[in-house]
Ligand binder design. Structure first.
Ligand SMILES: [Zn+2]
Length: 103
């Protein structure tokens, strides 16, 4: 889907973060890397911590999950503690406002 710079009206490719004509930051563009650290409500397995980390950093969520499970066994439970900490510390994605301005 094509979209346009809200400032100068230049047509921009999907996924563009800045206008190629005037340099304005394009609002509404939500590429995978650089997303806020929130636990998405859809696609989660347990609490969405792996998914949150993967989406915020542009990682492959399957890889994050595999490493988490492996790390859980090889770290003597430290990863489990970190997971629970993330569960508590990472806010849940706001209801009904994907990529929105809600706090
Ligand atoms: Zn522009």
């Amino acid at each position: 889907m094509a979209f346009y710079c809200h400032r100068c009206g230049t047509s921009l490719p999907a996924g563009a973060r800045f206008c190629s004509n005037c340099g304005t930051v394009v609002a509404g563009a939500a590429p995978m890397p650089g997303r806020p650290l929130v636990r998405p409500r859809v696609g989660r397995q347990i609490a969405g911590v792996c998914l949150a980390l993967a989406q915020a950093n542009g990682w492959d969520v399957s890889l994050v999950r595999v490493l988490t499970v492996l790390g859980f066994f090889f770290s003597g439970g430290l990863i489990g503690i970190a997971y629970v900490a993330g569960w508590i510390g990472i806010p849940e994605e706001p209801l009904g406002t994907p990529g929105g301005v809600s706090s």
